[in-house]
Design a protein around this ligand. Structure first.
Ligand code: AHR
Length: 505
């Protein structure tokens, strides 16, 4: 058998960037059972006085999610925020066009802000630039952030919310390039609207961070001209450009599936180039930052969802996008996290889409507990141990080709140095399905560090899943796979495995 290898060198000078913790963000949309039956279920044994499930809150806090995008997604393009505030019994039920459901408006802007506080997270609020525009966006901003003494700030106070929410990050619409979007626009139309909305919102609060919509995915016919045109219009007034991508193992080709993080890498590089092209054209001094505010595996439930929306529309909180993740999905999520960290100098925010029940790491049983999907674990590990300074590990690895990709490294890895805690963590995936590979890491720059822990997520069955009853795919700490001597760390990475190797004093 061909000898596989992987070598890295960790040096405190090989810095990519200090990681913005918001790279570990997530997303809650009014979609399926994310809100109703997910974060909110009055009557459930774990529900608190506001109806929020404490078991879900515990899991969200366990991951450590610094920011959560809300309320959509496609949902936002027909969202009338005024319907979601004020006395609950007076709020209208509305037809929800994106997912062909009924929105009862029991949870709205103020309830979500309250949930976010309990979850120790910030809100990333999206405004409707599909069916609405500048006026509704500014009114919502005034409602949320202005202290008092104006129409919408006083309206909030009259709703029992004295203190403003002080939401700092706002998305200017969602996936406006997509024909499926209510109020879909051309790049020029959207770029103009995003620019004018951004300028008006920054009149209210110049410190806001605003995100313009990039393409919905790299397969869109308008990609990446969309980004160039939108930025030609809005470069000066926005702070972030969004990226979205979802992958799937539709043809049951695991090697090809696990290579898809290379596509994500290429996507990020293309968008950086496009942003920098517009920057140069405009003689701007500003670097456009990236918000990868939707990323995940999404394909398992596609057929069932199409059937539900087509044949059983307009129910409240239907089972939609409830992908049941398997072990190989967790590996790709780990690889995508590594890719985001490698670009943490430009990707300052990212949202695993989504957080609860809808393509999510956390699932809930209506009459039972909340539980962890396989993808929960890499996300937890990265959020917990990936705070600090991302280091370029100068990776050299043997490679392979797959159906759609060439020169795919057998191992992908990145490291994060937590300079405050004097710890360094290597995140590594061995995506070879047949062979263990020894990762050789030159860690001489970290003199005095010892091995703290080597956490592994692996499973003999790539299709193994977790459930409310059993956590089959569960990380373990291994004690016999690492040797650290004279600044050389040798760690055995089991075939098809996610590894978190922690060094410290
Ligand atoms: O996350 C699910 C959906 O995916 C979002 O609503 C939309 O923005 C994207 O197409």
């Amino acid at each position: 058998m061909e000898q596989k290898y992987a070598r890295i060198t960790l040096d405190k000078d090989f810095t990519i960037s200090r990681v913005d913790k918001r790279i570990y963000g997530s997303f809650i949309e009014h979609l399926g059972r994310a809100v109703y039956g997910g974060i909110y279920q009055p009557g459930h044994p774990s529900a608190d006085e506001e109806g929020f499930r404490r078991d879900v809150l515990d899991l969200v806090r366990e991951i450590g999610v610094p920011i959560v995008r809300y309320p959509g997604g496609n949902f936002v393009s027909n969202f009338y925020w005024e319907d979601s505030v004020g006395p609950v019994e007076q709020r209208p039920r509305r037809l929800e066009l994106a997912w062909r459901s009924t929105e009862p408006n029991l949870v709205g802007v103020n309830e979500f802000a309250s949930w976010a506080k309990k979850a120790d997270t910030q809100v990333m609020m999206a405004v409707n630039l599909g069916t609405r525009g500048i006026e509704a966006a500014c009114n919502l901003l005034e409602y949320c952030n202005h202290p008092s003494g104006t129409k919408y700030s006083d309206l909030r106070i009259s709703h029992g919310v004295k203190d403003p929410h002080n939401i700092q990050v706002w998305c200017l619409g969602n996936e406006m390039d997509g024909p499926w979007q209510t109020g879909h626009k051309t790049a020029r139309e959207y770029g103009r609207l995003a620019d004018e909305t951004a300028k008006a919102m920054k009149q209210i609060d110049p410190s806001l961070q605003l995100v313009a919509c990039g393409s919905s995915n790299t397969q869109m016919p308008t990609y990446p001209q969309w980004e160039a045109t939108v930025l030609e219009e809005a470069y000066d007034s926005v702070d972030f450009l969004s990226l979205h991508t979802y992958y799937g193992n539709r043809f049951n080709d695991t090697r090809n599936f696990l290579a898809q993080s290379d596509d994500m890498d290429h996507f990020i590089r293309t968008i950086i180039s496009t942003c920098d092209f517009v920057k140069a054209k405009k003689r701007s001094k500003k670097d456009m930052m990236l918000s990868f505010d939707e990323w995940n595996v999404w394909f398992h439930a596609n057929e069932a969802d199409d059937d539900t929306m087509k044949n059983r529309p307009w129910s409240v909180a239907p089972h939609l996008l409830e992908d049941h993740y398997d072990f190989e999905d967790a590996l790709l999520v780990g690889l995508m996290l590594i890719t985001l960290l490698k670009h943490s100098d430009r990707v300052r925010m990212a949202c695993l889409a989504q957080l609860v029940n809808v393509i999510a790491p956390i699932m809930t049983e209506e009459n039972g507990p909340a539980w962890k999907q396989t993808i929960f674990y890499p996300y937890l590990h990265a959020s917990k141990y990936g705070r600090g300074i991302a280091l370029n590990p100068a990776l050299r690895s043997s490679k392979h080709d797959t159906k759609d990709f060439t020169d795919v490294t057998d191992v992908d890895a990145v490291a994060v140095w937590n300079d405050e805690q004097d710890q360094v963590t290597i995140f590594a995936v061995n995506r070879d399905l047949d062979q263990d590979i020894v990762l050789e890491a030159d860690v001489k720059a970290f003199a005095g560090y010892r091995l703290l822990e080597h956490i592994v997520l692996e499973h003999g069955d790539m299709k193994a899943v977790n459930s409310a009853e059993s956590q089959t795919v569960l990380p373990k700490t291994v004690g016999d796979r690492d040797q650290l001597q004279d600044g050389l760390l040798q760690s055995k990475l089991g075939k098809a495995s996610w590894n978190v190797i922690r060094l410290g004093k």
